[in-house]
Write a protein that binds this ligand. Structure first.
Ligand code: ADP
Ligand code: SF4
Length: 686
């Protein structure tokens, strides 16, 4: 199929200094939790993006020197020539598919605790490390600044040697030295690098000029700059200093990659910001420079992309998350099938890989991060290895993904779902406040399955053991999901919470089924991901008095890893939800509960007419156990295997359920490896 002419503009080649991008799709630098630790994995991941049609594919940030060592975070390194080969593997993989390779050189200043290198961090002023490590950076003297400039120049030369086409000077977010110099908050110098904005920009300017001078003959020099920190007068804003910096340096770099700071503002979840939300901050940049401008906005709609270009906001459509959820997004538009795009849902599970110092994963794209170690490709999958017919019971994320992937392999699949609606938990949870985009997990899969003649879908079909035996498929896969516990057992409680057998007890499943009990309501969150917080928000919006109690230090504690926690807590507080952290739910009575301080054990009573327990879930696996208890009946029916996937096997994230369904489909005839089920990257002893 040919692409629609209205999208032609997205496929125009565009010059960036000495190089030319084949189209306007630009994968901006983004973390993948692989970096120097898993270079083959990183190269394969970036190569797949190039294959998917992105014109530019960049690395994550790349440390230029061990004084800017951000271990235990795993980013790239170009400390010396020894690091060049791992980068060459990435540029080769990207070039093999006709894309340009970009690298984001960085020195993280007082954001680098140097826990590995044990060197003293560097900063414009004497500053503590910006996390909680008991580390302090020293103020750089003139020699330090000269050294930094030399390290940057040398790293740029190595980047050129490694084959990069675009080399960044990075002042995006508030994470690197050029930004620390620019910012009044972190620069109290009185020399020519401090004081006036012109002085504070001096280092950034020097780095751009010197990088250009060193490698500008063959490489384009890009800058990444955060034009607004969303800190009002305390920070850089698009109205004042952000704008002035762009004015001062307008024609100096070959490309402006502009965003907002910090990372949590730049990669906001869909719960808190829609597609294209950065436009109001970055739109001015193109008016001040003739150089191409790239920006991000979790763009997944080609019409929105075209509008960004036609309205003169951006020249390149920048993407991190949309390229993670669908590395083939450009190709699908080019081939006239934009409806096949696997749209990012804005959940930030991808970010959790980096923040937990592990390789990236994605809710929508189960192959993300598995390109090298499992050899998975986002679009290609082996044809079926047998004529087996597969019955999948349950059409949540796990069942839908198994059906889609098995269908793509050519298997005959029957998918039975008890409800009239497909999607399981996402069909329900997408009705919670702010989670509407999560419906895309089901939408993408349902739309793909509908095109397949070898996948039959049976809605409103709750299957019993007798139904399964009567259906008599070769293989049965149970994707029946899980239900929230009603007894309070979870991370902190290993026995039922006293009083949890009462009638005033509710679970998130009750809320999703429409229960709206009288207040005051206590939401007890011992789960720590989104559900407790989003439930409190929903109940408060329905008019109840709501207290959120949790043994954790703050609401929805694990969402620090999705960079949402402070927004969640702020929203709850603004709505009038009282948050009681660091307390266990000791007992539930009639009309009241007893909370217990996790440190002192001191108990306090609070009124609560209804209690929502958000603690843990139990698999819905009765059907599995009943089937397994009837081996003869299975044999008579010719059923060769019965497996569980997703929450039915072990309750987890939606990402884990999708992955589980995908893994089942990949391994149906290949057999699973119960030893080490993937390639392990090991470093040769030097
Ligand atoms: P997962 O996240 O593992 O995909 P979900 O809870 O989202 O799990 O989905 C499980 C789905 O299974 C739900 O849509 C539920 O209605 C369906 N289901 C549960 N039991 C049966 C059954 N016996 N027959 C058909 N569908 C079922
Ligand atoms: Fe988008 Fe979520 Fe995938 Fe990240 S993990 S790319 S936010 S769908």
């Amino acid at each position: 199929m040919a692409r629609e002419p209205r999208y032609d503009i997205l496929f125009e080649p565009l010059r960036i200094g000495p190089v030319t991008a084949r189209n306007r799709f630009y994968q901006v630098p983004h973390c993948i939790g692989m970096g120097h630790a898993y270079p083959r994995s990183a190269a394969a991941l970036r190569g797949v993006k190039a294959e998917g049609g992105w014109a530019v594919v960049c690395t994550e940030e790349c440390e230029i020197h061990p004084t800017g060592d951000i271990a235990p975070n795993i980013e790239q390194r170009l400390w010396d020539d020894g690091d060049i080969p791992m980068h060459a593997a990435m540029t080769d993989a990207v070039h093999a598919h006709g894309a340009l390779a970009g690298i984001e050189l960085a020195h993280s200043g007082h954001h680098a605790p140097n826990l590995y290198s044990r060197l003293i961090p560097l900063a414009p002023s004497h500053l503590p490390y910006d996390g909680y490590e008991p580390v302090q950076a020293r103020a750089m003297d003139k020699e330090d600044i000269r050294n930094l400039r030399r390290w940057h120049r040398e790293a740029a030369l190595r980047a050129k040697k490694a084959g990069f086409d675009i080399v960044y000077v990075y002042a995006g977010h508030d994470l690197t030295l050029p930004m620390h110099f620019i910012s009044r908050r972190t620069n109290d110098r009185s020399d020519e690098y401090g004081g006036s904005l012109e002085n504070r920009v001096r280092l950034f300017r020097e780095l751009i000029e010197e990088t250009k001078e060193a490698i500008g003959d063959r490489c384009a020099i890009a800058v990444r700059f955060a034009v607004d920190e969303l800190l009002g007068a305390d920070g850089i804003t698009a109205e004042n200093e952000g704008r002035e910096v762009v004015e001062m340096l307008a024609e100096l770099p070959d490309l402006w990659d502009v965003n907002i700071s910090d990372w949590a503002n730049d990669s906001t979840t869909s719960r808190f910001a829609p597609e294209g939300s950065q436009e109001k901050y970055v739109a001015f940049v193109k008016k001040l420079t003739t150089k191409p401008v790239v920006g991000v906005g979790r763009f997944t709609s080609p019409d929105t992309m075209v509008a960004q270009i036609k309205r003169g906001v951006l020249d390149f459509i920048g993407a991190a998350r949309p390229s993670i959820a669908d590395p083939f997004l450009p190709k699908k538009i080019e081939e006239g099938r934009p409806e096949d795009i696997r749209e990012c849902i804005g959940c930030n599970i991808c970010v959790t890989g980096d923040l937990t110092m592990t390789p990236i994963r994605c809710t929508q794209n189960p192959t993300m991060g598995e390109e090298h170690r499992r050899g998975w490709h986002p679009e290609a999958i082996a044809p079926k290895g047998s004529e087996d017919g597969v019955l999948i019971v349950g059409a949540g994320p796990a069942g839908l993904e198994a059906a889609r992937a098995l269908g793509a392999r050519g298997y005959g699949v029957a998918l039975a779902e008890a409800s009239a609606e497909l999607g399981g938990r996402v069909a329900q949870e997408c009705r919670l406040p702010g989670l509407a985009e999560w419906a895309r997990v089901a939408d993408y899969r349902v739309s793909q399955i509908e095109k397949m003649t070898n996948v039959e879908v049976y809605r409103a079909s709750r299957l019993s053991v007798a139904d399964v035996l009567e259906f008599a498929p070769d293989r049965v896969v149970l994707a029946l999901g899980a239900r929230w516990r009603r007894d309070g057992i979870g991370r902190r409680h290993h026995e039922p919470i006293p009083g949890s057998e009462g009638e005033n007890i509710y679970t998130p499943d009750d809320a999703l089924d429409g229960a709206a009990p009288a207040g005051p309501v206590l939401v007890y969150d011992d789960d720590h991901y989104y559900m407790g917080g989003v439930l409190a928000e929903k109940l408060k919006a329905q008019g109840a008095e709501v207290v959120l109690a949790t043994p954790a230090p703050d609401a929805s504690h694990w969402t620090h890893n999705t960079m949402e926690q402070s927004r969640i807590q702020a929203r709850l507080l603004e709505m009038g939800v009282e948050i009681v952290p660091l307390h266990k739910l000791a007992a539930i009575g009639l009309g009241e509960v007893e909370l217990e301080c996790v440190y002192t054990g001191k108990r306090t009573k609070r009124p609560a007419a209804s209690v929502f327990l958000v603690t843990a879930r139990l698999p819905e696996d009765a059907l599995y156990h009943e089937l397994m208890a009837a081996p003869e009946a299975l044999r008579d029916a010719g059923i060769a295997s019965v497996d569980r996937i997703g929450d039915c096997l072990a309750p987890g994230t939606i990402a884990a359920a999708v992955y589980s369904g995908h893994l089942y489909a990949r391994e149906l005839d290949a057999g699973s490896n119960l030893e080490v089920p993937f390639k392990v990257e090991r470093h040769a002893l030097q």
